[in-house]
Design a binder for this molecule. Structure first.
Ligand code: 7RM
Length: 675
């Protein structure tokens, strides 16, 4: 291991006293927001230095953003560098939004070139640490150079404006370089998470019609090598896709197959190009990237994001939500394969000229304190991670934190799922030393950036709520008829106005875009989440109300897992539900009926778990496979998921079962979990 073992003894100053408006009244195990009365106001010191320093200022800005969006966003957008100024802020005809029409700009120019004229030129843009311990720092000048060179490699391979490029890389600087290089020449990137399987890559390659794939020989994860190139080879087997070229970065140096006439090495390609590559001026509404995400039905959908509005929102949220400054060392622990990695590791921070840290591997490699070690070593000031990670750290114990000096931290963030108050308190006290505001940011792949979030120098926070809408975000919580529900009542979370970074469509499927997001309530975006608003106006996200799972912050469709299961020769029918999981938020439970003549066994259940893992990827590995003689269905043949969820959670069956076709099915299912 190249990591040094010894850790400094905790040389921490005592944390300043908590600024709590109210004393602790709720038991720490309280899950319900109705009894959550702990309020944490930002410290006077934090507020004083923040861009937004009071609720009055937030409210003023919010009001302007809703009532005069043209004025508000027109002003904010001037902070981007436009090759040609826009003539109109918003053109909205539901469900089609056009932001900053007439304007032209280039995302890579905004993230790189415009920082080269002053002191940021030699400032760290990316700080990287590999899992085995290597370190790299790329200044803005160096990153610019690498992006230009790689963009020229893409051009050499005939990649043009509008072409789709699949990126399947580990968490290495080349992932950001590849994304920015695509943006520079107007190619549309489609990043596929390194934890997805060959079949998932193939689906995404085919659906997006990609002509080029960028990958690496392998990547490091928890001490072993993930065979990325092998997965790409398997995905492209049969030569029946549109892919002409595969560019391979050498990361792990193991032997890989090189397909003559298709595969080329990244480092060799660089020998043929120079570092001069002008950025292409793109229409504000030109596509920037596609990112696949799970829905409640069918295969993952390619969420389309465009240029001007997306970049503005990413930059603006880094400015106001993360309060990022030139002095900050900012670390987002998300993978680039998720939207969080796009907006908050690459585009937002770089647009703002900040320093973004990237770590390749697992949080518990070589030991449970890897993250704290990194925070100490690089004096990280802003840390953004997921509740599932926080719960894992809590379980591993405080001694891992105590070995490290975390006093550089000034702001903490979470994303991906609701955070339980216990985890919030632990994060606040143990990681933040009681002094750092926490921004619990609610948003989605579709929204492009933060939607509901505290403003750290202004918003009083409570453990478990994402609090208030960001600028321009017009939220409402409504019943099935679209009527706003009362205080503390649960309803569906909708957004009633377009916002700059909203998705512009689903790749290749206009109808699905309209149906999925804009049909439940006419003219409003329906996010798929349930929520409540408390008496102080704070929004508490309950979670997905559709058939989308959130496993350790990873979004998966029950339909995807079901279709993976029925692709196995022994399976007749499958129904997949989530069950509450203390660590992961949700675990995956599969109810399976087998084909005539097939014997069920523990071996078969293990085989099915492996099968799903192979088809979708390790993130989708089921926690439990339960065999059943039949699945509970209504008389019209719909699987009753509500019942299955209760069975999976071990709850006594509640609610109406009168529509159930065969009541005996339930008794069998309940007992099937007992052996
Ligand atoms: C960024 C991201 C989106 C789903 C979303 C929610 C859940 C995300 C929070 C949250 C409660 C949060 N994109 N979610 N953030 N729930 N509080 N702060 O996660 O497309 O992969 O997932 O994640 O259910 O609909 S995503």
């Amino acid at each position: 291991m190249s990591q040094k073992k010894a850790a400094k003894p905790a040389a921490k100053k005592p944390a300043p006293a908590l600024k709590t408006a109210k004393t602790k009244v709720a038991a720490s195990s309280t899950k319900s927001h109705m009894t959550e009365n702990r309020v944490f106001k930002p410290s006077a010191e934090f507020s004083k230095n923040a861009r937004i320093s009071s609720m009055a200022q937030y409210k003023r800005m919010y009001e302007e953003s809703i009532k005069q969006p043209d004025k508000f966003f027109g002003r904010e957008a001037k902070e981007l560098q436009w090759t040609k100024p826009f003539s109109k802020v918003l053109d909205w005809k539901c469900p089609n939004a056009k932001w900053f029409t007439g304007g032209k700009l280039n995302v890579s120019e905004n993230c790189l070139d415009r920082h080269l004229n002053g002191p940021r030129k030699t400032k760290a843009a990316l700080i990287w640490e590999g899992e085995p311990g290597e370190k790299r720092v790329l200044t803005y000048q160096q990153l610019h150079r690498e992006v230009c060179r790689f963009a020229n490699v893409l051009k050499r391979h005939k990649v043009k404006k509008g072409d789709r490029v699949v990126i399947y890389l580990p968490m290495i600087p080349e992932a950001a370089i590849a994304m920015l290089a695509c943006a520079r020449i107007g190619a549309i990137h489609n990043v596929v998470f390194g934890g997805f399987s060959a079949e998932s890559i193939k689906d995404r390659v085919v659906d997006s019609g990609a002509t080029l794939v960028i990958t690496a020989d392998g990547g490091y994860r928890r001490g072993s090598v993930v065979p990325l190139k092998k997965n790409v080879d398997d995905a492209l087997k049969g030569n029946d896709t549109t892919v002409k070229t595969v560019i391979v970065y050498r990361r792990t140096c193991q032997d890989v197959h090189i397909e003559e006439g298709r595969d080329v090495w990244w480092h060799r390609e660089l020998e043929y190009v120079d570092a001069h590559c002008p950025a292409v001026a793109m229409d504000s509404e030109a596509a920037l990237f596609i990112l696949y995400t799970s829905g409640s039905t069918g295969k993952p959908k390619g969420i389309l994001h465009t240029t001007g509005g997306y970049l503005l929102h990413a930059q603006m949220t880094c400015k106001y939500v993360f309060d990022m400054n030139d002095q900050d060392v900012y670390w987002c622990t998300a993978d680039v394969g998720w939207v969080t990695g796009h907006s908050y590791m690459v585009y937002g921070p770089l647009a703002l000229g900040a320093t973004s840290l990237m770590y390749e591997g697992a949080p518990n490699w070589p030991e449970n304190d890897r993250f704290w070690r990194i925070i100490e070593e690089y004096a990280v000031t802003i840390f953004y991670t997921a509740p599932t990670a926080i719960r894992a750290f809590m379980k591993w114990g405080d001694e891992w934190l105590k070995k490290h000096d975390l006093s550089s931290l000034r702001l903490l963030g979470t994303v991906g799922e609701p955070i339980n108050p216990e985890a919030w308190m632990w994060y606040h006290n143990k990681v933040g030393g009681g002094k750092c505001p926490i921004v619990d940011t609610w948003w989605q792949t579709e929204t492009g950036g933060h939607m509901i979030t505290p403003i750290p120098g202004a918003t009083p926070t409570k453990p478990g709520t994402a609090t208030l809408p960001f600028f321009g975000v017009d939220t409402a919580i409504v019943d099935d008829l679209g009527k706003e529900v009362g205080t503390d009542e649960q309803g569906k979370l909708v957004i009633r106005k377009p916002w700059p970074s909203m998705l512009r469509g689903i790749w290749g499927d206009k109808k699905r875009y309209q149906d999925t997001y804009w049909s439940e309530f006419k003219g409003w975006y329906f996010a798929g989440d349930g929520a409540r608003r408390d008496k102080d106006g704070n929004i508490w996200i309950i979670g997905r109300i559709d058939d989308v799972l959130n496993v350790a912050g990873h979004r998966l469709g029950t339909a995807e897992v079901e279709s993976a299961l029925v692709s196995h020769p022994s399976v007749a029918e499958a129904a997949v539900v989530g069950r509450p999981d203390e660590m992961k938020g949700q675990g995956i439970v599969c109810f399976v009926t087998v084909k005539e003549g097939i014997q069920t066994s523990r071996d078969l259940s293990d085989e099915l778990k492996k099968h799903v893992r192979k088809v979708i990827g390790p993130v989708a590995t089921p926690d439990e496979v339960r065999f059943a003689a039949a699945l509970p269905k209504t008389r019209s043949g719909k699987i009753m998921r509500r019942l299955l969820k209760q069975i999976a959670a071990g709850e006594i069956i509640k609610g109406d079962t009168t529509t159930l076709e065969d009541i005996n099915v339930i008794a069998q299912l309940v007992s099937s979990g007992e052996d």
